[in-house]
Ligand binder design. Structure first.
Ligand code: HEC
Ligand code: HEC
Length: 471
């Protein structure tokens, strides 16, 4: 019997014993549920997971990029084929697809996996958020060089741009427009929320056509966030840390393609494929903890977890449940900036809610709220750093706030995962100097709040951590 099976067995045994006891002997531990409310669920489209996986790693949801021939000439073919792909996509790194632009030129375009896949302990895990990406420089800084090479190899003729240039231009324009606006102060955090708002500012809300001049005022700050794992989405009623994403999830996700789509007709085609992508995301299971687990300690941890944590995070294993709770900022006490940005970016929220994305059938909308979702904790052992802003390096310090480092860095070249503390090995610093040092003094980067583990005895805390390795 595997460990999950063992825990399941013990849960049933525990359940039988619990039923025999006089209930008044064992009153439930009371978690104060003030400031929490249940999130409403919305119907989702169904689809085919295999087709969704195929579309994700071969599909043309982003139809503009560097011409394939130029890309291979400059970079050579990828040294490994992590996704075991065939045809042209086999020759490019896992975070790119080789697709045809609308005019038939084959291009290398970005897929979702730059942010939504990562290596952990030498293992490649699709769906794990990439927490070692570096957005501290302007992604558009290389564009002048690329432009020059494009003009050299694919010159215009008689005043007409080459087909290769036409296939490259939407990508180029998007990078130029967004690059300077999505620079984070530190490596290891993600600016995707800001990226979405900046792209919207350049799109006509009805037909989604592009204009180089922005039409919305988007505040200049770049609020950092972590990248959540894909395997928990199947339990969630609302998307994103702040629960701002409501309605049809496929519609919300396909918005990534507004990086380069031409218009709403193209968006409709991509949208049709995304029901399958959602089915694929719903099919992903969390990775299994790779080291040995103390099963007795984990059982003790389960009892404590079910009393103190489950009212917000749900129960796991036998008779699983998840309450889908939204927890107000004052109650959870974590950095408020990301949550409040939904109010600060009113023009973006209004744009979205009256845009093509909000149209039936399968409409989606954004709903601001002051707080964060208490997320499902499946596979939580693999998803350090913790909290929505990636401010806490491991589970031990998440559950004991006095241990949280104020300034800390990982080895970004060769990051090491610690399986006892469950999270990244880090070095503590006296100040937040380099871009690789997480600085909790910066706006949006605070590691405050979620002190729900602080009053545990040390042995209880270790038991809960042991249990969290099993779910
Ligand atoms: C530039 C990095 C980036 C790219 C590219 C990207 N994402 Fe994300 N994604 C994020 C970040 C960051 C979040 C969390 C944002 C938040 O919650 O505030 C996120 C959130 C999500 C979520 C919500 C998960 C949850 O539990 O609420 C889904 C689903 C998702 N992305 C799917 C996709 C798909 C599908 C693609 C490709 C079409 C994609 N993403 C491309 C960075 C990215
Ligand atoms: C009152 C509700 C509540 C209680 C009780 C609670 N949590 Fe949380 N938890 C949250 C919320 C809300 C978040 C998200 C906070 C954020 O990201 O800013 C969270 C985040 C977390 C995270 C980080 C998730 C991630 O993806 O980074 C872990 C791990 C966690 N909680 C474990 C626990 C454990 C273990 C307990 C019991 C000791 C517990 N929580 C008790 C509401 C709660």
């Amino acid at each position: 019997m595997g460990l999950r099976g063992f825990i399941l067995f013990m849960t049933i045994v525990g359940f039988v014993f619990a039923c025999k006891k006089d209930k008044t002997e064992n009153p439930p531990y009371g978690v104060d549920m003030t400031g929490t409310s249940a999130l409403e669920s919305y119907p989702q489209r169904t689809g085919n997971a295999d087709s969704g996986y195929h579309y994700l790693i071969y599909g043309d949801y982003v139809r503009s990029g560097i011409p394939y021939n130029a890309y291979i000439a400059a970079n050579g073919t990828a040294s490994n084929n992590l996704l075991n792909r065939t045809s042209y996509s086999a020759n490019v790194p896992y975070n790119f697809n080789a697709v045809k632009a609308p005019n038939g030129v084959r291009v290398v375009s970005a897929n979702c996996l730059s942010c939504h896949a990562a290596h952990l302990n030498g293992q490649f895990i699709l769906g794990l958020g990439n927490s070692i990406s570096d957005f501290t420089t302007d992604q558009g800084a290389n564009i002048p060089t690329v432009d020059m090479l494009m003009n050299l190899y694919y010159p215009s003729s008689q005043g007409n741009p080459s087909p290769e240039w036409v296939a490259y231009e939407p990508f180029r324009n998007a990078v130029v427009a967004t690059g300077p606006n999505i620079i984070t102060q530190k490596a290891g955090v993600n600016p995707a929320d800001k990226l979405a708002a900046v792209l919207a500012a350049h799109r006509n809300k009805t037909d989604l056509t592009w204009s180089n001049a922005p039409s919305l005022n988007v505040p200049s700050e770049v609020i950092p966030s972590d990248v959540p794992p894909w395997w928990v989405l199947k339990k969630k009623n609302a998307m994103f840390y702040t629960a701002v994403g409501r309605g049809d999830f496929s519609r919300i996700m396909m918005a990534s393609s507004i990086l380069t789509i031409q218009d709403s007709a193209e968006a409709r085609e991509v949208d049709n494929e995304f029901a399958d992508v959602l089915a694929y995301l719903f099919s992903i299971e969390p990775p299994v903890f790779p080291e040995t687990i103390d099963a007795n300690l984990a059982m003790e941890g389960k009892t404590l977890f079910d009393q103190r944590c489950a009212p917000c995070h749900g129960t796991y294993g036998y008779n699983e449940s998840y309450p889908n709770l939204f927890v107000e900022i004052d109650r959870v006490g974590t950095d408020s900036l990301l949550s409040l940005s939904n109010y600060a970016y009113t023009e973006f929220v209004d744009w979205y809610n009256s845009s093509w994305f909000a149209q039936e059938p399968h409409s989606a909308f954004l709903q601001a709220g002051r707080g964060y979702v208490a997320p499902p904790l499946d596979g939580i052992w693999a998803t350090a750093p913790y909290l929505h802003n990636a401010s806490v390096p491991n589970l031990e310090s998440l559950l004991n706030s006095s241990l949280r480092p104020k300034y800390w860095s990982r080895d970004f070249q060769n990051p090491i995962y610690e399986f006892d503390k469950v999270g990244w090995e880090y070095i503590e610093h006296n100040s937040g100097g380099s871009k690789y040092t997480y600085n909790t003094d910066l706006p949006g980067y605070s590691n405050s709040g979620h002190t729900f583990g602080d009053d545990l005895e040390e042995t209880e805390r270790q038991a809960i951590i042991e249990y969290l390795k099993t779910i």
